[in-house]
Design a protein around this ligand. Structure first.
Ligand code: BG6
Length: 506
């Protein structure tokens, strides 16, 4: 019998239209609004998931008008049809789906730090509102304070007031705690939706289904059977034009306590009692809190120098725009961490992320312990290679498992084979830039895929010793287009292990 289960959050898209509300976007002229929010709204509109009464109010400090903003955003949507490399690419823009969004766009000029802007905003909105902070992190605190002081976060007469906050949420444990304390003076935790766009990725959401909808996996998903876990987010791009942001940030802050920890939580959390937001978020918070703060001796930082990326010569990090010639910022980080709970004690989790690496690859690889060898000791088999299950997130989406099988022939000789499934072979994906589910979930009030204050702080607490130690630490070189610094290999070699290749082979 086939049964369909409707989950909150992850699978909610595709049901009914979200309740009517106004989406107020701070940073309406910014990159995020153009690249991701508008395509996501366009896709939601095409899927019939926006209510008739849906409105958009773009706030920005530049001069513009309702019609001006509509034209600007229409032009960028059109430009995506000519750019196959953009996150959103379509052959053409459907006039009906885009028209629905376009016609609902309005503009308000305002300085994010000026109380007058919020007085003007108050006159323009009523009913349910999602305030989307698509702005630089330094504005998060001030905007929430102004919203609160202007009375714009009060929920009354059944209307909701929610605030979506982008990353980076803080730059270390102390600043994340301070920001949480600051915003929670203005509204309740349940009104804040802290985004981590990795949770918008379909394959990240599907980790929960893979683990908990398949009875054969959960019994072996633990320290008795798992040798170690590798989590990788490797990129081929460099820092591009984001040097100004990246210099004080670096790969650790940019990727580890947020994106990689979300992957870690998904793969390591206990089964929640339900798919209700608080049940899932509590299990994630528990596992993040069980991570032992990472010792500097268990971490490696690297910075790319000039090299060759896919056959093209590329410059080193220090020659990128807005980067200091003597920059000590890491563009690569690898860490070994331990989760001190009943399920995972003693199982190392190795995390790595870097820019300008050999290949683009985001995945989680579970390395299982090998079976006892004795049975094979009289045969031609000399070793039993461990089984590895890879959860492939980017650019391939699916999973693969490496198994040992008998090679055909009279002797007992083994061969390694890979069984792979790719989502694309089974399902037709609706168009998705990763923000559709997140926007929809916020409008329907499902916080499953958003980060709670304790989850964010647990991520920062785990990396805090590194942030402190790295203020004065050096950085190891690696050539652009390689697998990262030598120290990262040594980190695993000292435990008798090695990283999986970045090209997806075993
Ligand atoms: C962002 C980081 O949050 O995530 C970027 O700031 C990084 O530096 C990006 O490139 C990676 O996301 P994705 O979805 O391209 O894997």
């Amino acid at each position: 019998m086939e049964r369909t289960v409707t989950l909150n959050g992850p699978a909610a898209c595709g049901t009914k239209a979200a309740p009517p509300c106004t989406l107020v976007i701070f940073g309406a002229a910014g990159d995020l609004t153009k690249r991701l929010l508008m395509p996501a709204l366009y896709n939601l509109s095409g899927a019939g998931l926006l209510a008739e009464g849906f409105k958009i109010l773009g706030v920005d400090h530049n001069d513009n008008s309702d019609e001006g903003l509509r034209q600007d955003l229409t032009a960028t949507m059109e430009s995506f049809t000519k750019d196959a490399t953009s996150e959103f690419h379509a052959d053409h823009i459907d006039p009906k789906a885009w028209g629905f969004v376009r016609d609902r766009i309005q503009f308000l000029k305002g300085d994010f730090e000026d109380a007058a802007a919020y007085a003007a905003l108050k006159d323009r909105i009523e009913g349910s509102v999602v305030f989307y902070l698509a702005v630089a992190a330094r504005f998060f605190g001030p905007i929430v304070e102004h919203l609160g002081q202007a009375g714009l976060l009060k929920q009354q007469d059944g209307a909701f007031r929610r605030v979506v906050i982008e990353k980076p949420f803080g730059s270390d444990l102390a600043s994340a705690q301070a920001l949480n304390a600051r915003i929670l003076k203005q509204a309740d935790e349940s009104q804040f939706y802290r985004i981590d766009h990795f949770l918008g990725k379909e394959t990240v959401q599907s980790i929960m289904a893979l683990r908990f909808a398949n009875g054969m996996l959960e019994p072996i998903w633990r320290r008795e059977y798992v040798d170690h876990v590798q989590i990788t987010a490797a990129e081929t791009i460099g820092v591009e034009d984001r040097g100004g942001f990246y210099e004080p940030t670096g790969a650790l802050r940019d990727m580890v306590p947020n994106h990689l920890f979300q992957l870690l939580c998904m793969v390591a959390m206990e089964p929640p009692n339900s798919f209700e937001a608080e049940a899932v978020r509590s299990e994630k918070a528990k596992v993040a809190e069980a991570v032992r703060p990472i010792e500097p001796g268990d971490a490696v930082r690297g910075q790319y120098t000039a090299g060759t990326e896919k056959g093209t010569a590329v410059i080193g990090y220090r020659d990128e725009p807005h980067v200091a010639k003597d920059s000590n910022t890491e563009t690569y980080v690898a860490v070994k961490l331990q989760i001190e709970n009943w399920r995972w004690a003693g199982v190392p989790f190795y995390l790595r992320t870097g820019k300008r690496m050999t290949d683009r690859l985001t995945e989680i690889a579970i390395h299982f312990k090998p079976p006892p060898f004795r049975l094979f000791s009289q045969s031609a088999v000399t070793e039993l290679a461990p089984n590895v299950m890879r959860l492939m997130i980017d650019p391939e989406q699916g999973s693969s498992t490496v198994l040992n099988v008998k090679r055909p022939g009279p002797q007992m000789r083994l061969g390694r084979v890979t069984t792979t499934f790719r989502y694309g072979d089974f399902f037709t994906e609706p168009p998705n830039v990763g923000y559709e589910t997140l926007l929809y979930d916020c409008m329907v009030g499902d916080a499953t895929l958003f980060q709670r204050a304790d989850n964010i702080e647990a991520g920062w607490a785990a990396v805090d010793p590194l942030l402190k130690a790295w203020k004065s630490a050096g950085v190891e070189d690696y050539a652009a287009g390689t697998d990262g610094p030598k120290g990262a290999e040594d980190l695993l070699a000292r435990d008798g292990r090695q990283w999986l290749p970045l090209d997806g082979t075993s």
